[in-house]
Structures are given as structure tokens and as C-alpha cells.
Design a binder for this molecule. Structure first.
Ligand code: ATP
Length: 137
């Protein structure tokens, strides 16, 4: 009898689009974060800056509200970078050819990362700048 590889593959790897449980949904989401972090060097830059900001916040003993502002800013940058990476993947899957609308979509997604990063930098300077200067002087 012929060996049907398609049937065996489907049984071994269930279709992820049919995943229904919350556990599977979380699993897919964490897998997405892992894929993006591994694929994009810029995530290491974001994580490095995040670590420095968190250590500085701990050192300076900032308030609860200031922690909230820093965490929201960091989350905004990481969220924008995840969306940007997802759009890049989709664009590559759709076509390798030059396309004006794909260019626009990719540039808009990069613009989202830039906007989130600039506003996070402003929040970081406002929250950490003065106490950091006071500590150093
Ligand atoms: N298929 C395409 N058609 C038209 N323009 C494209 C296309 N692919 C990429 N570009 C242009 O090239 C730029 C860089 O695209 P690319 O996906 O290589 O990003 P990247 O430089 O790897 O960015 P990142 O560092 O965020 O991964 C895009 O912002 C867009 O302007």
C-alpha cells in the first residue's frame, strides 16, 4: 500500500487556524512574540533600552504614576514593533515584487514605530531627566 504523507503530516501538525481554546490562543500569541523577537534585531535594541530605563527607574525611586507612564510607553513601542514585523511578514508573503501600496503600508508601519519611540523618549526624559540630573550633581 502507498504511504500517504499528506495524511500523516496533517495528523502530526493540526491546523493552527482551528485552535479554539484560550490556552491555544495564548500559545499562538506567545509564539508570535518569540518569532518576532528572534527575527528582528531592533527588538534587542528595544529590550536593551527597556532594561536601562527600568534599572534607572528603580535606582531613582520614581512614583507609581511615573512607573505607569514608563510601562505604557515601553508597551507602546513593543506593540508598534510587533505590528510592524507582522506587516513586513505579510508583505513578503504576498509578493516579492515592488508595489507602491506595499511600500506605503511598510513605511506607515515604520512610522508607527517611530512615533511610539519618539513619544516614549519624551516621556523618559520628562520622568527620569530631572531626578537623574539631581542625582548626578
Ligand atoms: N515589495 C515592496 N514594494 C515596494 N517597496 C518595498 C517593498 N518591500 C520593501 N519596500 C520598501 O523598502 C523599505 C524597507 O523594507 P524592508 O521590509 O526590507 O524593511 P527593513 O529595512 O528590513 O526594516 P526593519 O528593519 O523594520 O525590518 C520599506 O519601508 C519600503 O519602503
Amino acid at each position: 500500500m502507498m504511504h500517504d504523507e499528506t495524511e500523516i503530516d496533517e495528523a502530526a501538525a493540526p491546523d493552527p487556524r482551528r485552535s479554539g481554546s484560550w490556552l491555544q490562543k495564548f500559545g499562538n500569541a506567545f509564539r508570535g512574540i518569540k518569532v518576532a523577537v528572534r527575527a528582528e534585531v531592533s527588538f534587542f535594541v528595544h529590550l536593551f533600552v527597556t532594561a536601562i530605563v527600568l534599572m534607572t527607574g528603580l535606582q531613582l525611586g520614581i512614583s507609581r504614576l511615573e512607573w505607569c507612564l514608563l510601562v505604557l510607553s515601553i508597551a507602546g513601542v513593543i506593540t508598534a514593533e510587533l505590528c510592524n514585523t507582522a506587516i513586513e511578514r505579510l508583505a513578503r508573503a504576498i509578493t516579492q515584487a515592488e508595489h507602491q501600496e506595499i511600500r506605503d503600508a511598510l513605511d506607515i508601519a515604520s512610522g508607527a514605530v517611530l512615533a511610539a519611540s519618539l513619544s516614549a523618549a519624551v516621556v523618559g526624559v520628562i520622568v527620569l531627566g530631572r531626578p537623574l540630573l539631581a542625582m548626578m550633581s
